[in-house]
Write a protein that binds this ligand. Structure first.
Ligand SMILES: Nc1nc2c(ncn2[C@@H]2O[C@H](COP(=O)(O)OP(=O)(O)OP(=O)(O)O)[C@@H](O)[C@H]2O)c(=O)[nH]1
Ligand SMILES: [Mg+2]
Length: 633
C-alpha cells in the first residue's frame, strides 16, 4: 500500500495554524485567541491537486531551541514523519518575529510554503507586506491568507500542489542565513558528518545544531552509528573544540551568536518587504490593556465579567429554558405514542421503560438553553483575546498556590467557569513549561465543574436559590476554585516539591472581534459534546435504575392479590358513578380511556406550569376543566 503524503502546518503560537487547518480540511479544530491552544498534533485529510494527503496541525513553537513539549511534538513530526511539504503559517501583522521560526524551518530543507496569515489585521494596522519581494528573498511561495474568512484557500492549495511536484524534479532554493564567522566551523562539521548516515537530517542543519549544543542532535550523532563509533566520538570532540575556539576567538557564546544572526536576517528581510505607516502608535489593544491589566481595575473587571457571565447564562438561560420546555414535552408525548397503551394495573415494560428514559433525557435537554448561552459567552471570551489577560491577572494568585498563570486555560477547559471537561483540561496542561505547576494543575483540573455536574447544580439552585440563581452559580464556581487552591498548595509543598519551577511568560495577543459564526460554531459544538456525553450516561443510568426498581417482579400471590383489589376498585367506582349523572359516560369499556385522558390532562397541566405561572392564565385552565366535564357528562 502506498504511503499517504503528509503536509505539516508549523508556525509560532496563535498565528492561526488551526484556523488554516480548518479552512483547508473543513474540520472544526479548537481555535482561540491565546497561545498554546493546540498541544498535540491533529490530523485531517485534504485533496491537493486531486491527490489525497494528510494534513497535520502542529502545536505552536517560537523556535526550535527551547525543548518545550510543544517543540518536541513539532520537531518530531517535521524531522521523523518526513512531511512532503511544510506550510509555515506566519502572522502578517508581526512578520519579523514570525520569520525567526521560518528561517529555522528553511534550514531543515523541506519544501515550504509560507501562509502569510492575518493580512486583515496587518491592513488595519497599516502594515503592508510585499509578498512577491518576500517570495524572492525566501525562495519559497508566499500566499496571503485570512484563515477566518477562508481567503487564499485556492491559492494555498495550488502552491502546495506545485511544491509537491517540485520535490521530485527541481528542489526549492531557500534563503540561507549567513552566519559570518561561524560559517567556516559549520562547513568543517558538515564535512566531518559526511561518513555518517544522517537520514532525515540535512547536513548543514545538523552541523548548526551540534554547534548550538542541541541535546537531540548530540544524542543522534553519539547513538545512531554503532559501526562508526570512533567517527561519532571524534565529531563530538571536534564540535566541543570548535565551540571553545569560537568563544576564545570572538568572545561570543555560539547559541547567542546564532540567535543574533537569525534576528538580523529577519530584520533585513523585513526592511526590504515590510512597510508600516505608524510603528510607534499605540494600538487599540495597548490602550485597552492599560485598564484590563491594571493592578486595581484588572481584578475588578475580571470579577465583573465572571459575574455577568453567570448572571446572563443562568438567569436568562433559565427563562429561555422555560420557554423551550413545551417543545421537549411535545417531543416526549410524540415519542410515547409509539409505545403500547397501559392497562389499569399493568404498564407494559417497554412503555414504562420508554417513558422513564424519555423523561430522564428531556429533563436534561431542558438545560440546553443555559449551556448555549454559557458556551457562547465563553467562546466570546476565548476569541476576543481576554483569556491571556486573565492568565496574567491570576498568575500572582496561582503562583502563591503552586500553580502558574498558564494554569488558567486548563482550569477553564476543565470547568472553572462551570460546564467544562477534565480531558481537554488535563491535555492543555502540556503547554505549562513549569513542571511543578504543570503537575499541580493536572491534579486539580478534575476538581473543576465538568459538564456532568452542572445539571445537579441547576436542580439544587432552582430548588433553594431560584431568586438568586446567577449569584448562586457564581458562588459555586468561586468556591470550587478556592477549594482547589489549598489542594494545589499542599501538593506543590509535598509530593511535587522536588520538581522545578519556571517564570510565567506568555504572549499577549491583540484583541480580535469574535465572529458570530465562530462563536455559534463553538457553542453548538460544545453543546453537542454535552448532549452526546450526558444523554448516553443518562440513558444508561435510567435503564439500570429502572431494572433495579422493576426486577425481580412481584410473586404470583401478590400479583393475584392486586388483581382482586383492581376488580373490587373498578366495581366500587362503577357503582358510585352509576348513582350520579355520569352513569352513561362511564362503563367498564371506556374506563381506561377516561383514566388516560385524566392522566394526559394532569401532564398538560404540569407542563403548562413550566413556561408560565399557572395563575397567570386561569381562563386556559377553566377551558380545559370544562372540556373534561363535557367528556365525562
Ligand atoms: N483577524 C484574523 N484572525 C484570525 C485569522 N486567522 C486566525 N485568526 C484568529 O486568531 C486566533 C488564533 O487562531 P488559532 O488558529 O487558534 O491559532 P494557532 O496558531 O492554531 O494557535 P496555537 O494552537 O495556540 O498555536 C483565533 O482567535 C482565530 O480566530 C485571520 O486571518 N484574521
Ligand atoms: Mg492551534
Amino acid at each position: 500500500m502506498n504511503k499517504v503524503s503528509t503536509i505539516a502546518l508549523a508556525g509560532q503560537p496563535n498565528c492561526g495554524k488551526s484556523t488554516v487547518f480548518n479552512m483547508l480540511t473543513g474540520a472544526r479544530q479548537h481555535v482561540a485567541n491565546y497561545p498554546g491552544v493546540t498541544v498535540e498534533k491533529k490530523v485531517g485529510i485534504l485533496s491537493v491537486g486531486g491527490t489525497s494527503v494528510e494534513l497535520v496541525d502542529l502545536p505552536g513553537t517560537y523556535s526550535f531551541t527551547s525543548y518545550s513539549l510543544e517543540e518536541r511534538v513539532a520537531r518530531d513530526v517535521i524531522l521523523h514523519d518526513d512531511p512532503q511539504v511544510l506550510i509555515d503559517v506566519a502572522d502578517c501583522s508581526n512578520l519579523q518575529r514570525h520569520l525567526y521560526l521560518t528561517l529555522q524551518l528553511l534550514e531543515m530543507e523541506k519544501p515550504t510554503v509560507l501562509a502569510l496569515n492575518m493580512v486583515d489585521v496587518a491592513e488595519r494596522r497599516h502594515i503592508s507586506v510585499d509578498s512577491s519581494k518576500l517570495e524572492q528573498q525566501l525562495g519559497i511561495r508566499v500566499i496571503r491568507t485570512i484563515g477566518k474568512k477562508s481567503f487564499g484557500r485556492k491559492e494555498l492549495l495550488d502552491a502546495l500542489a506545485e511544491s509537491m511536484t517540485a520535490t521530485d524534479e527541481n528542489p526549492q532554493r531557500n534563503y540561507t542565513i549567513d552566519y559570518g564567522e561561524l560559517e567556516s566551523y559549520i562547513t568543517k562539521v558538515a564535512e566531518e558528518l559526511l561518513p555518517l548516515s544522517t537520514k532525515n537530517y540535512p547536513l548543514r542543519w545538523l552541523a548548526i545544531k551540534l554547534l548550538e549544543n542541541d541535546a537531540e542532535a548530540l544524542a543522534f550523532v553519539s547513538k545512531t552509528n554503532q559501526n562508526l563509533l570512533a567517527t561519532s566520538t571524534a565529531i563530538l570532540a571536534s564540535v566541543e573544540e570548535y565551540r571553545e575556539e569560537f568563544m576564545r576567538v570572538t568572545g561570543q557564546d555560539i547559541e547567542r551568536f546564532i540567535a543574533k544572526k537569525r534576528h538580523e536576517a529577519c530584520a533585513s528581510i523585513c526592511k526590504e518587504c515590510v512597510t508600516a505607516r505608524s510603528q510607534a502608535a499605540e494600538t487599540f489593544s495597548d490602550k485597552l490593556d492599560r485598564y484590563i491589566c491594571h493592578k486595581v481595575f484588572g481584578p475588578i473587571i475580571l470579577f465583573a465579567i465572571l459575574f455577568c457571565l453567570y448572571q446572563v447564562s443562568i438567569v436568562l438561560g433559565n427563562d429561555l429554558a422555560q420557554r423551550v420546555w413545551p417543545m421537549w414535552a411535545a417531543l416526549g408525548d410524540f415519542l410515547m405514542q409509539i409505545f403500547p397503551q397501559p392497562n389499569f394495573l399493568v404498564d407494559p415494560v417497554s412503555r414504562s421503560l420508554g417513558s422513564w428514559t424519555i423523561q430522564s433525557v428531556t429533563a436534561i435537554l431542558n438545560y440546553l438553553p443555559i449551556f448555549f448561552l454559557l458556551f457562547s459567552l465563553i467562546a466570546i471570551l476565548e476569541d476576543s483575546g481576554y483569556m491571556p489577560r486573565m492568565a496574567f491577572l491570576l498568575d500572582r494568585l496561582f503562583r502563591k498556590f503552586g500553580m502558574h498563570g498558564q494554569s488558567t486555560l486548563p482550569l477553564i477547559l476543565g470547568g472553572v467557569y462551570v460546564g467544562g471537561c477534565a480531558i481537554p483540561g488535563v491535555l492543555a496542561t502540556k503547554a505549562i513549561p513549569d513542571e511543578r505547576a504543570r503537575l499541580t494543575t493536572l491534579m486539580v483540573v478534575p476538581m473543576m465543574n465538568c459538564l456532568a455536574k452542572v445539571p445537579l447544580y441547576l436542580i439544587l439552585i432552582s430548588a433553594y436559590f431560584s431568586d438568586h440563581s446567577g449569584i448562586a452559580m457564581f458562588f459555586i464556581a468561586t468556591v470550587t476554585l478556592f477549594m482547589a487552591l489549598p489542594v494545589a498548595k499542599a501538593l506543590s509543598l509535598t509530593v511535587l516539591s522536588k520538581y522545578e519551577s519556571a517564570p510565567f511568560i506568555m504572549e499577549m495577543p491583540a484583541y480580535h472581534l469574535p465572529t458570530v459564526s465562530g462563536v455559534l460554531h463553538r457553542a453548538l459544538e460544545r453543546m453537542w459534546l454535552f448532549v452526546k456525553k450526558i444523554v448516553t450516561v443518562v440513558i444508561a443510568v435510567a435503564v439500570i435504575v429502572f431494572v433495579l426498581i422493576n426486577f425481580p417482579t412481584l410473586s404470583t400471590e401478590v400479583q393475584n392479590g392486586f388483581e382482586q383489589k383492581e376488580t373490587a376498585a373498578v366495581t366500587k367506582f362503577l357503582d358510585v358513578t352509576s348513582a350520579t349523572t355520569l352513569h352513561n359516560a362511564v362503563d367498564e369499556q371506556n374506563l381506561m380511556d377516561l383514566i388516560l385522558f385524566a392522566d394526559g390532562y394532569k401532564k398538560a397541566k404540569t407542563w403548562s406550569k413550566r413556561p408560565c405561572n399557572i395563575t397567570r392564565n386561569p381562563t386556559k385552565i377553566c377551558r380545559k376543566k370544562s372540556a373534561i366535564l363535557q367528556y365525562c357528562c
